[in-house]
Every structure is written in C-alpha cells, then in structure tokens.
Design a protein around this ligand. Structure first.
Ligand SMILES: Cc1cc2nc3c(=O)[nH]c(=O)nc-3n(C[C@H](O)[C@H](O)[C@H](O)COP(=O)(O)O)c2cc1C
Ligand SMILES: CCCCCCC(=O)C(=O)O
Length: 368
C-alpha cells in the first residue's frame, strides 16, 4: 500500500522548503479552505509568534565530535521511530484533497512518520488504519455523549491505533475572524464522518447579548474528573494535547497521562497565548523526564525540530505544512514535506555535532 519514494522526483525542482508549498497551496485551495487551514484566531498574534519564537533562538554548534554511526531514530512510548517528526491531527482533510486522510497516510507511510488522526477526520478511521504502513495515534475530542466517546475509543483501539491523544485546548471554537471574513463553511460531502450519529452541539447563531460559550458547550466540556473514566475504558496510552502551563503538565502526570503535547492549537483557539517554543522549557523542566513532552506550532525547518529537542521535547508535530503539501501534490506532497524536514533536521544535527537525538542537549542553543 505504500507508494515508492522515487515518485518524489515528480515534484517541481523549485519546491525546496516547506514554505514553498504554502504559496502554491493558496492557489490550489479556494479562498474559504485557505482561510480555514492557514488562519488563526482573532489577530493571529499567536500564529505569528509560534514561528518567530523559533527564529529568535540561535544555535551554537559543537565541532570535531565523533559522528560515526549517526542517525535520527528515537524511541517513544516503547516504540522506535525513524525520526521525531509526527503529523499533527488536522480535521476535514478531504477539503484539501479528494482522498483526504487516505492520501495523507500514504505520504506518512513513505517516510515512516507517526500520524495522529483527528476525531474530525473526513474519512472513517478504520479506512485510514487499513491504508497505513506507519504508526497511527487517534486524537480524541471527548463528546458530551460518553457512550459515543467510548465507542469511538473502542473503534480506534480495534483498528490498531497505538495511542490516544486527548485534545483539551478547544472546548469551544476560537474567534476566527479570517474564516468569518471568508464566510467559511464546510463544502458539501466533507464532514466529520467518525462523529456520524452523534447529536451535534447547539451551534445556532446567538442573539445579541446571549451567551456564546457558557451554558451547554462549556457545561459539557470534559474536566480532570473525566480522566479516570477515560483511562478505565482503554488500555492505550493517552497523551494530553493542548498544554501550556507547567501546573497542568504536573496534573497530567498525576492523572496518569503517558505524555503531554505542548500546543496552542496552531494559534487557532485563543489569541495572544505564548508561542509553544517559549513555554516548552518550563514544561520540560517541570516534567523532568517522567513522561515524554512533545510540541507543535510553527515548526517549518529542520533547525526548529533541533531547537525543540534541545529544549527537552522528545518529538515534534507539524500541522499546516503537510496540509499544504497534500493540497498541491497529494500523498507525494505529504511525503515530500516530511522528506524535506527530516533531511533538514539531519543536516542540522550533523552541523551542530549531534550524532543521535540523545546528543541534542541545551548546550547547542546560544545564550546571549
Ligand atoms: C486546519 C486545522 C485543523 C486542525 N484540526 C485539529 C483537530 O481536529 N484536532 C486537534 O487536536 N488539533 C487540530 N489542529 C491543531 C493541530 O493539531 C496542531 O496543533 C497545529 O496545527 C500545529 O501548528 P502548525 O500548523 O503551525 O504546525 C488543527 C490545526 C489546523 C491548522
Ligand atoms: C470546538 C472546536 C472544534 C474544532 C475542530 C477542528 C479543529 O480542531 C480546528 O479547526 O482547529
């Protein structure tokens, strides 16, 4: 089922960096889909800072180290991965490509990248698993109907997903002005197919002055009290996605999570949150190696991957870049994005004197 890597030779030679896909994707996606995928919340301050945070960090190479036998492999939750770059969960991928998540999983398989499949995927989770030749994790939005949530978790487990990722930073949608200006709505035929049969939340337009968040939506949002229940219905390891505070990272450990993902949802939920790379050091310090810490948001270069690992992350996830690759060139685009980033990461390791990921330590970051 995997496709041959040589197909990457079909990619136009001028596409050499992740950002090259961004400009092309804008031409492939309509205005509404572009607003959905590329946009962030409100003034998009957090969206921009996720990127500028990495640019502000400078590397300090170590030289003349023995690099014999170097590689990018790493171990996470007891499994070995070829490299520490994962695909973050992104909803509704059939809006970017006719095959949606099925195309993405082929691209991920070609590069043996771990892929996190969204609850709001537009292809049944079982079909994605059947096409996968790489490790899959399932991202869970807990639903008000707990029996429905339980069935979803059981389906993911039965289909062979190896971990759950509980996203907790989006109990309701952010203020998405870019989407509003583009009058974004899902096109016909694209839906969160794995949520079929569930009573949809009450999203009717509110009268002026009426509550938009308090009431039904937030009353039913999960809390720490629900975690024991979630852990009781699955044997899969569960990671917590959407952590920015070290106090919440500590609570995650106390509640038995297998890992945390430092994330501000790609700057899409609440604007003016700090960049994930800026809070990462506090969280890795708090966690102190007890569970793995992953991070996403703004990672566009191999040097960003290296910096995140130098700050203590075990792995990183990318979101928009692979969606842009998907929209331009389907599975090959996803594979190409991963290939570029993995190769850049390897070069950055080599040029800072890190032969393996365990050699990536904070001393390769320049202190002013
Ligand atoms: C269009 C879009 C849809 C997303 N859908 C989900 C989702 O369904 N579940 C989730 O946990 N995160 C979702 N995210 C957040 C991503 O998983 C990830 O945190 C973020 O995209 C990382 O930032 P980056 O896009 O700058 O790499 C979405 C992000 C985007 C851009
Ligand atoms: C209540 C928030 C739902 C967002 C679903 C998709 C997503 O995570 C995103 O667009 O971002």
């Amino acid at each position: 089922m995997s496709f041959p890597l040589p197909a990457l030779s079909q990619i136009p030679p001028e596409i050499v960096a992740l950002t090259d896909y961004e400009a092309l994707a804008r031409q492939h996606l309509g205005e509404q889909a572009w607003a959905y995928y590329a946009g962030g919340a409100a003034d998009e301050i957090t969206l921009r800072e996720n990127r500028s945070g990495y640019d502000a960090l400078k590397l300090l190479p170590r030289v003349l180290r023995d690099m014999t036998g170097g590689h990018t492999r790493m171990t996470l939750l007891g499994q070995t991965y070829d490299h520490p770059i994962f695909l973050a969960p992104i909803a509704y991928q059939r809006m970017a490509h006719a095959q949606g998540e099925l195309a993405t999983v082929l691209g991920a398989s070609a590069l043996k990248a771990g892929m996190v499949v969204s609850t709001r995927a537009s292809v049944p989770l079982e079909e994605i698993a059947a096409a996968a030749q790489t490790r899959l994790w399932f991202q869970l939005y807990m639903q008000p109907d707990r029996a429905f949530t339980q069935r979803l978790v059981q389906r993911a487990e039965a289909a062979g997903y190896q971990a759950l990722v509980l996203t907790v930073d989006a109990p309701l949608n952010g203020i998405r002005n870019r989407q509003q200006r583009a009058q974004f709505h899902l096109p016909p035929g694209v839906e969160a197919i794995n949520l079929r049969g569930m009573t949809p939340p009450d999203l009717r337009p509110r009268q002026a002055g009426e509550n938009v968040a308090f009431g039904a939506l937030l009353d039913e949002a999960p809390t720490w009290q629900d975690i024991a229940w979630l852990r009781s219905i699955t044997t899969l390891p569960i990671l917590l996605k959407g952590i920015l505070s070290s106090a919440d990272a500590e609570l995650a450990i106390q509640h038995g999570f297998a890992g945390v993902i430092v994330s501000n949802h790609g700057g899409r939920i609440l604007d003016t949150l700090p960049a994930t790379v800026d809070v990462l050091p506090q969280i890795t310090a708090q966690v102190a190696g007890r569970i793995p810490v992953l991070v996403d948001g703004g990672i566009r270069r191999g040097t960003d991957v290296l910096k995140a690992l130098a700050l203590g992350a075990s792995a990183v996830l990318i979101g928009r870049p692979y969606i842009f690759g998907l929209s331009v060139a389907g599975p090959i685009g996803v594979a190409h994005v991963l290939n570029i980033l993995r190769a850049e990461f390897e070069v950055a390791m080599g040029l800072t004197g890190c032969a393996t990921v365990s050699d990536i330590t904070p001393d390769i970051l320049w202190q002013r």
